[in-house]
Design a protein around this ligand. Sequence first.
Ligand code: AMP
Length: 523
Amino acid sequence: MSVPVGIDLGTTNSAVAYIDGDQPRIITDSSGQNTFPSVFAVTKDGSRLVGNLAKRQMIINPENTIYAVKRLIGRRFDSEEVQEAIKKLPYRIVRGPNDDVRIELPDKIYSIQEISAAILIYLKKIAEEALQTEVHEAVITVPAYFNDNQRQATKDAGIIAGLDVLRIINEPTAAALSFGLHKKTDRATIAVYDLGGGTFDISILEMRKGNFEVLSTAGDTYLGGEDFDRRLMEYMMEKFKKETGVDLSEDKMAMQRLKEAAEKAKCDLSFTSEIEIKLPFIAMGETEPLHLNLVITREIFEDLVAALVRTTIETCAQALELAGKKPSDIDEVLLVGGQTRSPIVQREVEKFFGRRPSKNVNPDEAVALGAAVQAHALTSGGEIFLYDITPFSLGIETAGGKFARIIERNSTVPVTKTRVFTTSENDQQAVKIRVYQGDKEIAEENVFLGEFVLSGIRPAPKGVPRIEVSFHIDSDGIVNVSAKDLDTGKEQSITITSSSGLTEAEVQEMAEEAKIYELELEV
Ligand code: AMP
């Protein structure tokens, strides 16, 4: 016996769910915990830790404690996002042999997929313990804006973890499935507002007879609950400095205590209107130890974070515009992510959309629950079809290094689009078609996908030859680009398959190694 599961592989926390009878249910560990830190660490003595154990030793082992790998998965080492992450993250990010991203730890250099696999193995073990059965098949969720490489890399992480990855689905779609919207109504336009620990996403979906289509997505990969904590922390430090003259910002230990206290205060303020923070012996004064005692009201907290919430609402407006919708077109607003428990978030979302968000599903669990619904449907012959969109535009480089979009971002796949181009020089007999993915005006600033040459063009003044360029994306996200000389009928094409950054052989090798690791892992 093996039970299919749904996995929400999150930036800060992950969760796993299954179907019990006909109800999706979250899987808890023996202590009743329902989400688990997406953290991996190697200790000084070389042992590997995942989840709670890894998170707990983070302060004393910061350079060997790996978190937020979701920001790195499936990206090129030279990409802007990775270069940005290198500045922000305390661990050693290095260039991999395929220009991919790797992390150097005391025992070896890990691929990002292996670290994600360690988290998946941990979740699999928790599920196996709880359900007392084997777990092989899984649906794993990713943000709707993940590109093909990031999706492929997530799938490879699943393969390394020894899972049969039934499908990779979009997080907002999973959230909608967990709310059972496909059972309640035939047709609905849905906004999924997802504010987690480190990231914010808003997606507009359209559901018709159980088919979900993502109309648009927008978000901020560096805005989440941690920013709320930081605002509160800064306030606490400022108050303390005013009172005692002591600046706590250089004291790592004190900062960690402040951070924990801020997060706890924030969570409590979702349910009470005032809390008292007490941190005894937080610093040493000239003659005696100093204590931090502070009362924080919900009002103070809301003032501190109002600008953050406003930013998310502006992003909601962008997503609606991209989808060609107005707030009044939205039939359901779903809240996902732990940070949506703050009343200020719920209030502002309600104000913007003009309707009360649905709250019948736990925001930490919604994505995993929906993934479980999909896993069950795929293994039991149930039918839920999911359409996808291209998260970025696709196009080619034209004269002067400009980027010409051929398929616009947020197009539903499968899709085919064609445009006619010409030559830029007299008697030009060949053109090089360079294919990019992105939304920047300069081709080079986008992600390069591949190139090919169409030759044998009959000599003619520039601007005369007509070269038809076609892009086709199939339902698995595979891109085919062809160019045809309309004069001679000559044609050339290229198929671009996504790359996770690892070769198939590397994935196999890492999967073998992970099997040994799985036997050692304790949950
Ligand atoms: P997620 O990434 O979805 O697990 O969300 C984690 C974020 O939700 C963290 O920043 C938590 O501090 C925050 N969070 C969890 N519970 C609450 C709560 N009761 N009120 C406000 N924020 C919360």
